[in-house]
Write a protein that binds this ligand. Structure first.
Ligand code: C2E
Ligand code: MG
Ligand code: MG
Ligand code: MG
Length: 282
């Protein structure tokens, strides 16, 4: 009797694991249909030049709204998309939609760029550069308005093929950004080997500004990147205090809730209209 009860008893740990597994399997199954059921959309977060206060670009961020599950965070579903290979068709859709939106808003904001996040897995098929160039051509977006954001930790597994693919794109005029800089392993190696135009400092460094010793670290990273003649972008800017410091340190571009949250295309027109003069003049 005691023995059977023992077997039937599920520990809270096992219960949590089972729940998590169920949730994951559910997300995976649902993600397969997300594209065709039109549950995916893009939001766009503005980027400002700190010296002039001018609106300089946008980052496209993927959103998944499921009718029953609600909004699922990219931090939750992107890894699933990567493990299942779904990131390849989803990534193509993201690129296409981002180029289309950018093509529409470019006349309102002529010198801006659109950043599109790319998973390292998308770089594996040899046709990746052709796919990108073709998409830009089909949508009519000039290649130098497109910026691909790559995360350092992911590039590691396939550095050689990534190098080839990215060099081709860079030579064609597409811009490249190293995303989440500072939290991976061999970031400096990437900077040496890959043709990046800019570096996006991970928001963990920005959010600690003014509250910890990391101030010096953020400042040093900015100086380092600028000495390599690359643009520096600060991610996750949330306070004026951080803004002042970043300006002082010579950071080129900033992006964060302080300056603008990610928004759907329908809100972009009004946002651009409100920001035709720089924030420093406002
Ligand atoms: P990321 O590329 O580093 O994007 C920046 C993330 O920081 C976004 O989260 C953005 O909403 C958030 N963020 C921006 N400003 C602030 C701020 O001031 N404070 C805070 N706390 N957060 C801020 P999001 O949209 O949840 O995306 C998370 C990650 O998912 C992205 O990080 C990116 O790695 C990935 N991701 C998003 N869209 C795509 C996509 O289309 N393809 C791929 N492969 N990955 C994507
Ligand atoms: Mg990014
Ligand atoms: Mg990232
Ligand atoms: Mg980032």
């Amino acid at each position: 009797d005691a023995k059977t009860r023992g077997l039937n008893m599920i520990s809270p740990y096992e219960q949590r694991m089972t729940e998590r597994l169920k949730q994951r399997t559910l997300l995976e199954e649902e993600l397969r249909f997300a594209l065709e059921r039109k549950q995916l959309s893009l939001h766009f977060q503005p980027q400002f030049e700190l010296k002039s206060g001018k609106l300089k670009g946008f980052e496209a961020l993927l959103r998944w709204h499921h009718p029953e599950l609600g909004a699922v965070s990219p931090d939750e579903f992107i890894p699933i998309a990567e493990e299942t290979g779904l990131i390849v068709p989803i990534g193509q859709w993201v690129l296409r939609s981002a180029c289309e939106t950018m093509q529409r808003i470019l006349p309102l904001c002529p010198s801006s760029t659109i950043g599109v996040n790319i998973s390292a897995l998308q770089l594996i098929p040899e046709q990746f550069p052709d796919m990108v160039l073709e998409t830009a051509m089909l949508t009519g977006l000039p290649l130098d308005r497109l910026e691909l954001e790559l995360t350092e930790s992911e590039l590691m597994t396939s550095l050689d093929s990534a190098q080839e693919q990215l060099t081709r794109l860079s030579e064609a005029g597409v811009r490249l950004a190293l995303d989440d800089f500072g939290v991976g392993y061999s970031s400096l190696n990437y900077l040496r080997k890959l043709p990046f135009h800019r570096v996006k400092i991970d928001r963990s460094f920005i959010q600690d500004i003014g509250t910890s010793k990391d101030d010096e670290l953020a400042e040093a990273i900015i100086r380092l990147v600028r000495q390599l003649h690359l643009d520096v972008v600060a991610e996750g800017l949330e306070s004026y205090d951080q803004l002042m410091r970043l300006q002082e340190w010579g950071c080129d571009i900033a992006q964060g809730y302080l300056l603008g949250r990610p928004m759907p295309e329908s809100e972009l027109h009004a946002f651009i209209a409100r920001n035709t003069t720089s924030f420093s003049e406002a």
